[in-house]
Ligand binder design. Sequence first.
Ligand code: GMT
Length: 369
Amino acid sequence: MRIGIVCYPTVGGSGVVATEMALALAQRGHDVHLLSYDRPSRLRRGVPGLRFHQVAVSAYPLFRYPPYDLALATRMIEVREEAHIDVFHVHYAIPHAVSAFLARSMCGDNACMPFVTTLHGTDITVVGSDRAYMRPTRFALEQSNAVTAVSQYLADETQLVFGVRKEVEVVHNFVDIERFKPGPRRPWRERPDQERVLVHASNFRPVKRTADVVRAFAAIQKELPARLVLIGDGPDREHAMAVASDLGCIDKVEHLGMQDQIQDLLPQADLFLSASETESFGLSMLEAMSCGVPCISTAVGGVGEVIGDTGRLVPFADPAAMAKAALGVLHDDDLHQRLSLAARQRAVDHFATDRIVAQYERIYARVLG
Ligand code: GMT
């Protein structure tokens, strides 16, 4: 098939999923065209069957807000004509699904440009419920040839928030189990000082509540020798570091910033911490699980669907509960080992790339009739 994929290029989850999908589809022999305003960070160069098309938005003094959605619709039509795209797959509804609808309408024939919309989370739970975006988003979802959501939680939330009259199919996110795999991690008993390594990876947006991760860690390191590794960057980074400083553990918190090779870092950790306020899926947790790292997360959104019984869920905004759950695992070598093996197994059994990408291929084939 000739497939056009539209996504955000940023480090956020939807861009990662879309880029990994483009790579996987190309590896499976499809002709794949990725469209975005910048080159996505995970996009490798020189992959046969995969091409990147930049969407440029021209500035004009009158445009306080340059109309990206129009530029994207035009670029979609151009790429369709140039590469004979069979089907577009847009990741994140706003504004991608609206641009896809516009492009298809400009074609003049609904059959000429079918599109699948995948919902990722904040496009529904935060942005989509903003009055300014609500109606066009609902309209574009109803116009999509198929709509998928990355968890059952998000599919239910979409029906609840938008009341769409369209089926929302659940297709979970996936992980490359060959790239994200357990590494040679020395058991903590063999480490100097028996130090435990905790990790958190995110875009440090307010919804991630990174400061709560630090608060939990501050309590953990009082009981055990421990270090917290923070991966990623975003608006809440300074606040999180200030909290570490206030709580007297800044010397045990290491901020690595944005990292391209996160698969080399995750296997070194003993536990992944996530304190999000909402999380439709939690891709970084799946990547950690695939590396054999159990997760302790707030019980929000679709996280339970991802980690199952391979980690621990704690109430939102309760760093003390998070610390207690983490200590329960970090004090018990056997339990940690069991959870680590179970996390890896769950990633392999339920979320491996081929299994999930094949589900999308079936959806493409269906919408193409
Ligand atoms: O984490 C974010 O806020 C970014 C956002 C995105 O769309 O880029 O992530 C969402 O999509 C990811 C991939 O499907 C999910 O793993 C994240 O759980 C989801 N984020 C939230 O729901 C907050």
